[in-house]
Ligand binder design. Structure first.
Ligand SMILES: [Zn+2]
Length: 377
């Protein structure tokens, strides 16, 4: 396991590769954003897409997939700035937080958009999450499948020509040079980067008794018959999570330190209690926590020095979202021991070794890491 010498990402994180100079692909993405990408040309390309969408749109010009989080606000603000008639679409998490609901409500009212809050039968969500967790160690798989499939299917069926997604994750968190330059979210991208473990909805028929009909919301039409441009806003305008938060807050987005669920940002991952579980599984699979992501962005933006980031990480420790794990087990009506047993099945043997009865990662980023505290009590 190697770590970037500039930020703190490990090369176990999907998309992160570390070059001979010790610099990771996410840091190269930051360099691309500052030096390589011609933002004026990208803006012109965006304007052309807007013009096409406004010509082809027969009611709404674009769908903006939203959770109510800071990035959602920014996406809507930007789309409206260019004159697009927006339909905001949410996959409604079965574990929405109070602040998440408040922010979503005020976003719709304050920004003035039409909105669909798309709810899947909670029992289908429950069974799908259980199956995905037990089979592939990914509680977030149904969430990702739904939040990609619902806007894409609605765009096709309602004949809305454009979908404006948020960041290009490969540009922000690591990907190949070609992926970092990508502008469109297509089927190939979904298969590789959609957190779907190379599965589609029909691969889950039969799991936990799920039927073909149960999984309707997770399915994308195979023959669209209508062209939808599906783009990353972060490929056309330089993405900055802090700036997005500032813009959102200026319109009424709220957050406070009491909302912090995981990582170091109290303005992100706050609208769903189960998102923290998706990030937490990275500990077992990749040997990292959400703070590795957050702090690395802080380092690249010059807000936090690398030494300072290491001290924050050391102080924060394991960062297991225990309250959210409890909530998830209550949702599943299963004991917490079940959760921990399943986690153990996905501990990556390529990076973890057993020292006595304590699991450790040799050559971990922080030498005096408190391994003995990194286990359920
Ligand atoms: Zn890096």
């Amino acid at each position: 396991m190697r770590y970037c010498r500039t930020c703190i990402l490990p090369d176990t994180r999907p998309g992160v590769t570390i070059g001979e100079d010790g610099v990771c692909s996410a840091c190269l993405g930051h360099r691309d954003k500052e030096e390589r990408i011609d933002w004026a040309a990208r803006r012109a390309a965006f304007e052309a897409l807007v013009s096409d969408a406004r010509q082809r749109g027969s009611g709404y010009d674009c769908i903006v997939p939203v959770s109510g989080g800071k990035d959602s606000w920014y996406q809507i603000v930007k789309a409206k700035e260019f004159g697009l008639n927006v339909l905001a679409v949410t996959w409604r998490t079965p574990a929405r937080t109070e602040i998440g609901q408040q922010n979503l409500d005020s976003m719709i009212a304050n920004l003035g958009v039409d909105h669909i809050d798309y709810t899947i039968d909670p029992d289908v969500e429950r069974r799908f999450m259980k199956a995905a967790f037990e089979r592939v160690g990914a509680t977030g798989l149904p969430m990702h499948m739904a939040l990609f499939a619902i806007p894409i299917r609605l765009a096709i069926q309602l004949r809305i020509p454009l979908i404006v997604w948020g960041e290009n994750a490969q540009l922000e968190y690591g990907g190949t040079a070609q992926e970092r330059m990508a502008t469109h979210l297509d089927a190939d991208w979904l298969a590789k980067h959609g957190c779907l473990q190379s599965t589609n909805a029909d691969d889950w028929v039969g799991a936990e008794g799920l039927t073909h009909q149960d999984l309707a919301a997770y399915r994308i039409p195979s023959d669209p018959g209508f062209k939808v441009e599906s783009i990353f806003l972060g490929s056309f305008f330089k993405w900055d999570s802090f700036e997005n938060t500032r813009i959102a807050a200026a319109h009424g987005f709220r957050h406070s330190s009491a909302d912090l669920k995981t990582g170091t940002w109290d303005f992100a991952d706050i609208d769903c209690r189960f998102v923290s579980l998706h990030h937490f599984l990275k500990w077992y699979k990749f040997g990292m926590t959400r703070s590795f992501d957050n702090l690395s962005v802080q380092i690249r933006s010059g807000q936090t020095g690398r030494e300072e980031a290491l001290a924050i990480l050391r102080h924060q420790g394991w960062d297991a979202p225990l309250a959210d794990i409890q909530a998830f087990c209550a949702f599943q009506d299963l004991p917490e021991s079940w959760f921990w047993e399943v986690c153990e099945r996905f501990r990556n043997p390529a990076i973890w070794t057993l020292d006595g009865n304590i699991w450790k990662i040799p050559d971990f980023l922080i030498e005096d890491w408190p391994w003995q505290t990194c286990q359920p009590t």
